[in-house]
Design a protein around this ligand. Sequence first.
Ligand SMILES: [Fe+2]
Length: 197
Amino acid sequence: MRNTLFTVNSPCTRPSILPYCERVKERVTPKRFEHIVRVAILTETIAQANRFDRGELRAACLAAVLHDVARDLSAEELFALAPPETELEREHPLAVHGRAGRRIAESWGVSDERVLAAIEGHVFGVAHDNRIGMALYVADVSEPGRGVNHDIRELAMHNLFRAYQRAVNTKVAYLRSRGKTVHPVTLRVYREICGAL
Ligand SMILES: [Fe+2]
């Protein structure tokens, strides 16, 4: 895994991001870390394609590196960081891993609200004016290791908002087709951004 981190030209190796990357690596499984590196690389590509400025680019890459830091914690650990707020969260502890990740990032000194909102929102969605969160959300669902959503990845290279709309729409359609409950935050985001679809 060290090879993946240090030989690939990835945002993880940037001096301002590397320390976070190494801390994340200690907290997740090797497979998860590989996913995180792929998401960071794709987030950077999407951000560049959509002409993010330097600050936005760095914020997006940092959010990508941190987004799944809580993903491999136990239910007890997750709930200690992010107590469940809905019945769905009580039944599915992993549902709070975005909020729990935000808490860990805060405890590591991250204070940029754009980064924190993106980490939290990668699970249920972010507001439509949060470009950093949209880039991360889209990269997370379409990174090459998932083997799906190639169309969303391609769309993101020239129209991030459209790609985000499609990603949220796809998620809601999938949940509904399986008879699963859609989290209230996802539903709010869906109504906000997919109303015109
Ligand atoms: Fe995640």
